[in-house]
Ligand binder design. Structure first.
Ligand SMILES: [Zn+2]
Ligand SMILES: [Zn+2]
Length: 313
């Protein structure tokens, strides 16, 4: 199984501003010494030594993840603006895939806006399955794409569209199992856990972690315990989370606490706050790692979600 991140921002798209681009370039230029420019090798060394906040960005798109299963199926988690870039990449690679399973955590704007721009929806012969544990999944998805909000309805899409209300606890996509769990978020949201060949990835965006997720109950244990990768909402700093109680998002401190509690192997900080820039976000990762070490976590790896990041559990 391989996970690719196409959109990692929360609440709304957040492209770099001209000022942010200028200050990144200025900071890089100030670090250059004449010896860094001597050859192609020294230039490469210089670039590879730059901090990620200067030589890169987490990206500006909202929530969308691609999961490729070992048996070649594609599972798409949420349809934020990153979904458009996923479609473009499939087209560029001339990917022969014709079936696309899209699982939705919930239907806030930042998780839907890529749907009209997902290339495979506009190809006859493709099958798109929209799935969610919300019973009105079809009505909700269809009604967000119609005039005057968008020029055409989903009926204009040449692909075959299927809508699935997820009942029970899990479904299978080929050899992979997809499970879900209700999380705390205004209007509700669902976390997904994908397990294949004894490897597991949990995607829990738009979730305000509370003591409920820490309770030593079978429901929590079987979902969180010893997961290989936990991609978790960590929109706020701890101080900010105190002023935004009940907004439906988690602080990175609480995210680390949960990962340590359930002995998760890798935590990916996700659904980045629009007001936080790259520097702040990569700084948060360092603070999160430090916090984890204070809790005595041995071997918990913590990453900042960025566009283009690929992970194999
Ligand atoms: Zn969101
Ligand atoms: Zn939300």
């Amino acid at each position: 199984m391989k996970v690719t991140f196409w959109g990692v921002r929360g609440s709304l798209p957040n492209p770099l501003s001209p000022d942010q681009v200028r200050s990144k370039i200025a900071a890089v230029v100030q670090r250059i010494r004449p010896s860094d420019l001597e050859s192609a090798r020294t230039r490469e060394l210089f670039l590879s030594g730059l901090p990620p906040a200067l030589f890169g960005t987490v990206g500006g798109n909202t929530t969308c993840l691609e999961v490729r299963t070992d048996d070649g199926n594609i599972i798409i988690l949420d349809g934020g603006t990153g979904l458009r870039d996923l479609g473009v990449s499939l087209e560029k690679k001339r990917d022969p895939l014709r079936e696309f399973s899209l699982f939705f955590t919930h239907f806030h704007w930042d998780h839907l806006q890529g749907i009209p721009f997902f290339g495979p929806a506009w190809v006859k012969g493709n099958l798109l399955v929209f799935a969610s544990p919300f019973p009105s999944v079809e009505r909700i998805i269809r009604e967000q794409m119609k005039p005057p909000y968008f020029p055409v309805t989903m009926d204009a899409m040449p692909a075959t569209l299927r809508f699935v209300y997820l009942r029970g606890e899990s479904v299978r996509i080929g050899g992979a199992e997809v499970r879900w769990k209700r999380m705390n978020h205004p209007g509700g949201s669902f976390a997904y856990k994908i397990t294949e060949n004894n490897k597991s990835v949990i995607f829990a965006t738009d979730s305000e972690v509370t003591d409920r997720e820490f309770q030593q109950r079978e429901e929590n244990r079987s979902f969180f315990e010893a997961a290989d990768i936990l991609i978790l909402d960590s929109q706020y700093t701890l101080e900010e989370s105190f002023t935004k109680f009940d907004y439906g998002h988690t602080s990175y401190t609480m995210a680390v606490n949960l990962a340590v509690e359930w002995k998760v192997k890798m935590l990916v900080l996700f659904h980045h706050e629009p007001r936080y820039d790259d520097r702040k976000l990569f700084g948060i990762r360092r603070s999160a790692q430090w916090h984890g070490e204070q809790l005595g976590s041995r071997g918990l790896e913590i990453l900042t979600a960025q566009e283009g990041l690929e992970l194999t559990p």
